[in-house]
Design a protein around this ligand. Structure first.
Ligand SMILES: Nc1nc2c(ncn2[C@@H]2O[C@H](COP(=O)(O)OP(=O)(O)OP(=O)(O)O)[C@@H](O)[C@H]2O)c(=O)[nH]1
Ligand SMILES: [Mg+2]
Length: 298
């Protein structure tokens, strides 16, 4: 019974979803948000392994400034196979989490895009575009935490100097934090990690990102069948007439996520189109499974 009440209370907390490339520091940022919380609360696993460490979305209740938030650690998006941008499985999981929070929870109150500095890569840009612009349609507040900035002379200057590079890529954020998300290797003489000082200074910065930008009302992705309709519409009208701007835009990001746009000039390209269609189909099936089971928990 007590567990039931606890779960009910947790379900009402604002959801904060972290996303970004594999190894950019998402789980490390989650642990920063848990700083100051009861030490018995489980921390997120962090690893320097090349293949990725977090394989499913997992939530943590973080108390920040006297208020509780449900913080979601997610699987890293990566360079997928065959030139696709998002690793299909990771992207699928991320979309399913948003769907789950929309249909079974109280929506998403804040997205945190975690990026490893100091360079903004094409992959960062595409992950952002596909997920935020494409899937979330820019409708939810978003902030950025740039990790790996421990060697900057004046750490916060990094954003001042680099914001224009994001603007140029049309990556706009409600807030930003320049941080290091690790205290680094233990240094005997210092008696702590080599980055301990800058790490400690970074913790309140990421916590402020949440307290200052988390929306009271969670955003819900309501158009559950939009993607299916867009794809069906495009495939039906494809080659017969030019798609309208809305369809073309959605097509653009699904193409970026799942593979190149097909041309009918060679057999090889048709194979690619078929592979891509199968990947999209797979995603749609799993998303609609999720929705059909959402029932009255909405
Ligand atoms: N130098 C440096 N290393 C960092 C920073 N943040 C995280 N790391 C290290 O990067 C590695 C990956 O960190 P994680 O927090 O596991 O990254 P992640 O994004 O959760 O990774 P996946 O779950 O695999 O996608 C670990 O060895 C961290 O200690 C940072 O700001 N600077
Ligand atoms: Mg992780």
């Amino acid at each position: 019974m007590v567990f039931g009440h606890k779960r009910e209370a947790e379900a009402k907390l604002p959801n904060v979803v972290l996303f970004g490339s594999t190894g950019c520091g998402k789980s490390s940022v989650v642990n920063m948000l848990l700083d100051g919380n009861d030490s018995s609360v489980a921390r997120a696993n962090v690893s320097s392994r090349a293949i990725g460490c977090t394989f499913e979305s997992k939530s943590y209740v973080a108390e920040i400034g006297g208020k509780n938030y449900k913080v979601w650690d997610t699987t890293g998006l990566n360079e997928g196979d065959e030139g696709m941008v998002a690793n299909t499985e990771a992207f699928k999981q991320l979309c399913r989490l948003i769907k789950h929070l929309s249909y079974k929870g109280n929506g998403v109150s804040l997205l945190v895009f975690v990026m490893r500095g100091p360079r903004v890569t094409e992959n960062n840009e595409k992950n952002f575009e596909v997920f935020f612009d494409g899937f979330c349609k820019k409708e939810v507040p978003i902030v950025i935490a740039v990790t790996g900035l421990e060697n900057e002379e004046v750490i916060d200057q990094w954003w001042v100097d680099n914001k224009s590079a994001f603007d140029k890529r049309q990556m706009y954020f409600n807030g930003s934090a320049c941080i290091t998300a690790t205290s680094g290797n233990f240094h005997k003489a210092l008696g702590c990690g080599v980055h301990e000082h800058v790490y400690r200074q970074s913790i309140p910065k990421v916590q402020r990102l949440i307290t200052e930008h988390c929306a009271e009302q969670g955003w819900k992705k309501v158009d559950k069948f939009t993607i299916v309709l867009i794809l069906a519409h495009y495939q039906l009208t494809h080659d017969k007439k030019k798609p309208n701007a809305w369809v073309a835009r959605c097509w653009k990001w699904t193409t970026k996520a799942f593979g190149p746009k097909p041309t009918h000039s060679s057999t090889g390209a048709e194979m690619t189109a078929r592979d891509r269609a199968a990947a999209i189909n797979d995603i749609l099936i799993s998303l609609s499974d999720d929705e059909s089971s959402s029932g009255d928990e909405k």
